[in-house]
Write a protein that binds this ligand. Structure first.
Ligand code: BG6
Ligand code: MG
Length: 215
């Protein structure tokens, strides 16, 4: 259920920026190098999930068991490719409506936060020059427990000093929707309703939203 919103907490990949496709390409490349395929449907399970957990799911899909040292190497290899892919990103990869919606919320006095699992979040915000749109940034470098654990969103609410019940999360991943609900927050799903059944409402993108002045 979504109540009066005093803070909006945004996932990064797939909500603010179109990076989900680069995560997918890098995981697919790792799968191919290890002799198996990785489909877009498989990829839904990795969205919102930490790098380490994503690798475990990928290996499970490929039916591979590997030692910890090899896992570390694979995760580093995937991240190297991912960072290469995002090197040339520019503002055209900010998703439609994201900047406008954030600016509009802020102009109405609603706090904004980033709540992302990604350790690359600072690099992406800097490259696109959008760090200033958020009152606080909570990313994979700050939290210990990955979504669907609610830690990332609870920490954002606490840094903003807004009760969780007055926060709304914007998420494109099933794991993130669950994390938001476990934090006691309302959640707007971004993407296809079939993939985000538990969200309070689902829209195609932030371009569909308008900020309504509230009391
Ligand atoms: C999430 C993405 O935002 O961040 C996941 O949806 C990704 O696909 C996770 O695995 C961790 O990102 P990174 O950049 O730290 O590997
Ligand atoms: Mg996401």
């Amino acid at each position: 259920m979504i109540r009066e919103m005093r803070a909006a907490i945004f996932d990064l990949d797939g909500v603010i920026v179109d990076t989900a496709k680069y995560h997918y390409l890098a995981w697919k490349r790792l799968a191919h190098e290890n002799g198996f395929d990785f489909t877009e449907a498989d990829n839904e399970r990795l969205k919102g999930v930490s790098r380490v957990r994503s690798l475990e799911i990928l290996l499970e899909i490929g039916g591979l068991t590997v030692e910890d040292a090899a896992k570390e190497k694979m995760a580093a290899q995937k991240n190297g490719w991912y960072v290469d892919y995002i090197q040339n990103m520019d503002v055209s990869e900010i998703l439609p409506g994201a900047t406008n919606y954030l600016e509009s919320l802020r102009s109405k006095g609603i706090k904004t936060a980033l709540g992302s699992a990604s350790k690359n979040a600072p690099l992406i915000l800097k490259r696109l020059g959008i760090a200033g749109l958020f009152d606080t940034v909570v990313d994979g470098n700050k939290v210990h427990l990955a979504k669907p654990d609610p830690e990332v969103f609870l920490r954002a609410a606490s840094e903003l000093n807004i009760p969780p019940v007055r926060c709304v999360v914007f998420e494109d991943a099933e794991a993130g929707v669950e994390a938001a609900h476990r934090a006691g927050m309302g959640v707007v799903g971004i993407g296809k309703p079939a993939a985000l059944k538990e969200a309070d409402m689902v829209i195609d993108g932030l371009y569909q939203l308008e900020v309504v002045a509230g009391g």
